[in-house]
Write a protein that binds this ligand. Sequence first.
Ligand SMILES: *Cc1c(COP(=O)(O)O)cnc(C)c1O
Length: 528
Amino acid sequence: MVNQAQKGAREGNRYIDTRGQSPKPLEFSEVIIQGLAQGGGLFVPVTLPRLTLDDILDLSQMPYAAQGARIYEHFEVDFAADQIASLMTQAYGRNFDDPAIAPLVSLDEQTHVLELWHGPTAAFKDMALQCLPHFFSAALARQAEAGSPPPDQLILVATSGDTGSSALEGFKDRDHVGIITFYPDGGVSDIQWRQMATAAGSNVGAFGLRGNFDDCQTSVKAAFSDAAFNERLLREHQVSLSSANSINWGRLLPQVVYYVSAYARLVASGRLQAGEELDVCVPTGNFGNILAAWYAREIGTPIGQLYCASNENHVLTDFINTGVYDISQRSFKLTPSPSMDILISSNLERQLFELNGRDPEVICQWMAGLREQGRFEVDSETFDYLQADFRADWVTSDDGLATIRQVYEKYGYLLDPHTAIAYQVAERLRDHKQKPILVVATAHWAKFAANVAKSLLGITVDQDLPAELRDLSGLALNDWLCERYDGLTIPATLAALGDRPVQFSEICDSSTQSVEATVLEWLGRKKI
Ligand SMILES: *Cc1c(COP(=O)(O)O)cnc(C)c1O
């Protein structure tokens, strides 16, 4: 499969959807533009590749971009091998501040941390969003060459912080694509706000919304499904709306790469025996990252147990432990790990499809239950599979912060509040000393300076920082932390934020009309 791919665009693996409502199976280049399937389902490949241990270990000496290209070829994405290689080289290069792209740090012999935050916005969303835009543009160009040029794409993102800045970085200055993010005003960290408000690029926009993240998501979703609005965009501006959220298969596949790559590198460096099982613990929100680990295992990577770590919004923990997904009585909690503050984990639908024998009718019933009653329960066979693959636990906000301090004191290594949740769950669930574990690190601590400072000072979440720190910006607080604690450094891209002029300071109401008016006004001034 890897060798035959020399000619031009080739026939690739096809994709079906979890609700079985797509008229026909599509190819990779089509599903990444479409995002969500007709009928609301999520795309999955018809067949999954199967890698041998040698296939996996062969990756260990390659640069990360070449590893990515090799995995994409195994998945038979419908681009020629040389084009895949070239897109991957653009995706994973100097834009990351470590040549390993996703370096591994071993805290002790059995505890390895996979750092996924070396991209331009210092959170793991970059692993996918530095990659997808290259394939997205190539897919648009492909359609244009084939004589059916698609309209320009305007990507709308509702974000609780990390996705927005990462998507702005990934899609900036691309032809035929515009990108606007909406974030809850006052609901993102100071650094996250700066990343979005100072976003540069001819085709970008960022707006605060009066309301919380839920309001944000609801208004943006409503704009997507407003037929008259979509028609007007097409007629007056020749653009169609597109989304870059984590249900896009083009965001999931890049995440499979780092699990396979990490396994190969741990073996090559002697930290793991070839073929030995590696457990993985993932701080989970929308279930994308942990699902990628599941796919990495499914295609042959010797991954053992998957540990799903949640914060106080622990609907996934309860689901994995009981087989009942229930949000009917659950209230949304704000925590120091905002990217995991999620009640509806959209990528779980793919996992359920894979575990229930790929039965789209049953998926439709479960999703209808969730929509109408706020709950569904899986059958006992699916539950058995779920229990075989996953274990889950959750951590309170105060325990999460305490974990940051404990790990710093023990190893001199500073975790961000999301990774701390995973570390704590790993400590509780892992088979100590018996089995190696990979703890997945999803953000640099400096994005969440205030809560990290609370942790190091031994303050609980509800207490205020001392008076002299309370009014410092995130940037100043980061400087204070670096001066006071040994061995801390700030990624250059974050340190540079203070010098970047604010481009966007507008706040709009959280209503469909207001979001639509903002989009139209932006289109009047920006050129895609
Ligand atoms: C998005 C995000 C998560 C959650 O990842 P999912 O793929 O949604 O489960 C965890 N940590 C950080 C820092 C994130 O940005």
